[in-house]
Design a protein around this ligand. Sequence first.
Ligand code: ATP
Ligand code: MG
Length: 423
Amino acid sequence: MQFRPVKGMNDILPGDIERWQRLESVFRSTVELHGYSEVRTPILEALELFVRSTGETSEIVEKQMFELERSGERLALRPEGTPGSARAFIGGSVHAREPVTRWYYIGPMFRAENPQRGRYRQFHQAGCEVYGDAGPIADAEMIDMLVGLLRALGVSSFDVRVNSLGGPQSRARYRNVLQDYLRPHANELSEHAQKRLLDNPLRILDSKNPRDIEAVKGAPSILEVLEPEDLAHFQGLRAALDALGTPYTIDPGLVRGLDYYTRTLFEFTSSAGKLGSQNALLGGGRYDGMLAELGGPQLPAIGYAMGLERMLLAMDDSALPQVQRCFVAPVGERAAHQGLVLARELRAREITVDLDGRGGSLRSLLRRADARGARFCLVIGDSELERGVVQVKDLRAHTQIELAPSAVASHIAVALTQDEAAG
Ligand code: ATP
Ligand code: MG
């Protein structure tokens, strides 16, 4: 019997992991430059946390949760990062120590979806949360940071869409307007949307069902019913994005599937076409009511989550740096001891080394070095030991020299630095 991974969950093996690591490291350095610090929270949380924050009628809580029960506790694998982060922020009374908190996270999330390209049951998100700043300057700064991040990662064509959902009053007003508009069209809606018409009509705007998409086409825009302060906030966001020269379009139909959003909402989609309908790279927005709703302080917050699998599908790899490695191939026990010492010296200079002490003919050693993509192969056999040298083969330039063991590490370090300088 052979075991396979669970449906919709994937292994990430060496060979693929390099692209992940590059994405993660550019993400980390970008957000850290913007003042964010990493938070790591558990993957299992109380089920109720997601019901209270993500929302009982959200698509995630309604149909995508991986739930489990243990000793009477109802738990869930986290479907997104925001609720756990908010719980940790509240539980640690972090707001009492700092006026504004900027956190980021990166890790696996779980949703029981039908797996397809760009949609999995275990997937990964990298996201940021800002607690304690009502924006809209903070909102614009976050959106602009993300535009810079995508450009740095070589995501060439993407669209930035923004909208405002207003505060509770605007939203309640819009809910009625939308219900009034959709009620006469109720029988054109999907069965699911007909239910949502009563409890969460905004969700219908987010539906992927063609019938619903058709029915909402002429619906009034939420931007038309925003309260004055909500409208001023949205105009502040636009003015800041304009001042930055950040590209964006306004999409009044953008609502997104989570129930907790207020005011600013945004989504970045890939326009490259290769992601099909899984083209949402990241989404985010303001959730000024959630912390209080979870029993925390009355503080505004904004955040986003980026899907790493989708980013990898959209990223251009020409910039992926190649690791320059050394293959150390001693033959025999005495040579192996010298190889061990050499490998340690090279690694102390931050040079990646594969040590292969299995011995063999020169030809087979070189073949192994080649299979590893090594730049240098260091050969130490009986003849080298006798003469007190190491054979240094440059597998790219197809040259070789013999050096005293003590001169090898510095020689290779210099050669690699020169490569780097030459680009
Ligand atoms: P979609 O409409 O595509 O289902 P979503 O609105 O459910 O996306 P969010 O909850 O906002 O997505 O999550 C933010 C990002 O996480 C998405 O833009 C996407 O890049 C990624 N994402 C969400 N669900 C999945 C999944 N099942 N597999 C892979 N990536 C996902
Ligand atoms: Mg979804």
